[in-house]
Every structure is written in structure tokens, then in C-alpha cells.
Design a protein around this ligand. Structure first.
Ligand SMILES: [Zn+2]
Length: 326
């Protein structure tokens, strides 16, 4: 597929966290008052269960205030320690009969949350959902120009739910928890995708993997961001690609800025801050390499991002075997 025709803006940011649970536990909720200015979320905005990790995208020019996503250095440190522990745990209980998976087909359950039967009320056609699955398969197979990953996606079910109390889907709300605990299906290997109008101009958010299945696990995506949707400049399906990347344990390419281990992937050049639109040639760190603005885990426009790296593909597979494999 390669580059797409439109230039869009992808914006994310912010963080606040609470750490409560035993297993690593960072719930992240952020605030993004401006493209590159992050601030801590006000007290009370981080209302998700303690061991849920979340990330989100918001629309450019939107008035979004809450955006769970970017992790603090401490949260990354905890997550990396947990990943190592999960791998050790797996190795210790794993017999020779259970080999790590090399390829994975992820069952996808799509929950279409609707306010009513109208398109404006969330009633998007099945064709948009099947096209979204195709976009995921293209992105994760390397067909758009990036590395091939181990992952393929198979639509298992479309579950349409009309419930005005859940529409729009409000990030971090009790309604979101109610929705997910009522609707989530399958084990840790099943991708539950919730579609609807979202609060605060958000495009989507996701949870990171955890050792213990949490009912919040899954991705929430703006319905009209699916291919052919009405979210101008955000309607090529890359919001879902980005959020699923988090669900498979990827950080943003700008995680950690220019210093330290960054996004914990060696082949994504360091990047000081999120890139927006499509700033070709951007180079914000003295370390080798231009900013990875075409990476799905940056914040550039759908039309600008088209790849994962081999390092990201490896990290996702490692995390799959640590957290989501049966
Ligand atoms: Zn993100």
C-alpha cells in the first residue's frame, strides 16, 4: 500500500498514573492541552482499574483533555520488569511440548456500540469493519511497506449493542467499565475492539497486556476512523493499527525522548517528542537516524505512517508469548 494520499494529524500525549495492583500496574491517563505540551491529568481523571494500561489518540485540533497513553519512565521500568518476569515465569512452567508461537492469528470480536439505528448514532456498516480487518492484516504483514510481523487478524464476530448509556464511550468512566465487563469475550488472545463515538475528541485508546486477564483489556476506536469513515483525515484505519500495537506491548516511538532505552526497541531511532502531520526529515535527537515519523507508533497522520520495524515485530511476538499465548 505504501504512503496514503492525505496528510493528517495524529496527536496524543499525557500521562498520569496510579499503581495499585500487585503485578505492575499502571493506569495511564493524560492530558494534552497542546500538540507538544503535556501536563499531568487532574486528580480524579484516572479512574480505570489499577492494573489497566491505557493509551489513546485524539483528533488534531480537538479539544480533548484526557488522553491516556504515554508512560512515565518509572511506568516503563515497571512494565519492562514485568515482561522479564512473565518470560521467566513462562520458561519455568513451560515444558518442551509448549513451544513459543512464531505466527499468530488473533481472533477479533468487534463490539459496535450504538446510540440508535442511525449512522450518526453509531450504526456503521459491516463493510467498514471488514475493511478495518484488512487494514490490520496489511499493516501487520508488512504489505504497506514495513516489517512483517507474526500477526494476522480474523474477524470472529460483530456484536451490535444499542445502549445510549454507553454512547459516546467515555474514557475512564464507570460506563466504560460496565460496557467492557458486560461485553468482553474470550481469553487473553482475543482482541476485543469497541467502536463508537468517543469522549473528548479521542480517536482511540488501548490497554497494554497483563499477566492476569482484566475485563478492561482491549482497544476502543472511534467508529468513523475506520476505512471509509467520516473522520476526515482519520479514516484510513490506522487508529486501530496504532492501538493494537499498544495492545501487543509497543510503546510510542517517542517514549523516553532522546535518552535511555526509549521505546525499548533498538531499530526505531530516538525521537524527542511526538511528530504530527508528516514532517519529512525531522530529526530531534543527536543519536543516529531521522525521527521514525512513518512508524505506526508515532503520531503522524494516517497517510504518513505505514510501517512497523523488525524490532517492534520481535517485541510484539515476545510479549505475545509472555502474556497472551495460551
Ligand atoms: Zn498511542
Amino acid at each position: 500500500m505504501g504512503l496514503r494520499p492525505h496528510l493528517l494529524t495524529r496527536r496524543t500525549a499525557g500521562v498520569a498514573s496510579t499503581t495499585l495492583a500487585l503485578l505492575l500496574s499502571t493506569a495511564a491517563v493524560g492530558v494534552v492541552p497542546a500538540a507538544s505540551a503535556f501536563s499531568a491529568a487532574p486528580a480524579g481523571t484516572c479512574v480505570e482499574p489499577a492494573d489497566v494500561h491505557a493509551d489513546a489518540r485524539i483528533k488534531a485540533g480537538g479539544i480533548a483533555r484526557h488522553e491516556p497513553n504515554e508512560l512515565t519512565a518509572q511506568q516503563v521500568k515497571e512494565r519492562e520488569a514485568d515482561l522479564a518476569a512473565a518470560l521467566r515465569e513462562r520458561a519455568s512452567r513451560q515444558s518442551a511440548t509448549v513451544a513459543p508461537l512464531a505466527t499468530v492469528t488473533i481472533p477479533v470480536v468487534v463490539h459496535v456500540i450504538q446510540e440508535d439505528s442511525t449512522r450518526a448514532g453509531g450504526n456503521i456498516p459491516d463493510s467498514m469493519i471488514s475493511n478495518q480487518i484488512s487494514v490490520l492484516n496489511q499493516a501487520y504483514s508488512g504489505a504497506t511497506g514495513g516489517a512483517s510481523t507474526a500477526f494476522a487478524f480474523q474477524l470472529q464476530k460483530i456484536n451490535r449493542v444499542t445502549n445510549p448509556a454507553w454512547y459516546p464511550i467515555v474514557q475512564g468512566s464507570s460506563a466504560e467499565r460496565s460496557m467492557k465487563s458486560s461485553l468482553r469475550e474470550g481469553g487473553k488472545n482475543v482482541l476485543n475492539m469497541y467502536l463508537g463515538e468517543l469522549s473528548d475528541d479521542l480517536l482511540g485508546w488501548a490497554t497494554f497486556p497483563q499477566r492476569r486477564l482484566n475485563s478492561m483489556d482491549g482497544v476502543v476506536v472511534l467508529n468513523e476512523s475506520l476505512p471509509g469513515g467520516t473522520a476526515t483525515n482519520y479514516n484510513q484505519g490506522d487508529t486501530a493499527t496504532h492501538e493494537v500495537g499498544h495492545w501487543l506491548n509497543l510503546y510510542h516511538t517517542f517514549q523516553g525522548g532522546c535518552s535511555g532505552s526509549g521505546d525499548s526497541v533498538s531499530d526505531t531511532p530516538a525521537e524527542a517528542s511526538p511528530a504530527y502531520q508528516c514532517p519529512t526529515g525531522r530529526d530531534t535527537c543527536s543519536a543516529p537516524g531521522l525521527d521514525p515519523i512513518t512508524n505506526f507508533m508515532d503520531y503522524t497522520y494516517d497517510s504518513c505512517m505505514y510501517q512497523f520495524t523488525p524490532g517492534q515485530a520481535s517485541r510484539m511476538l515476545t510479549a505475545w508469548n509472555a502474556y497472551r499465548a495460551a
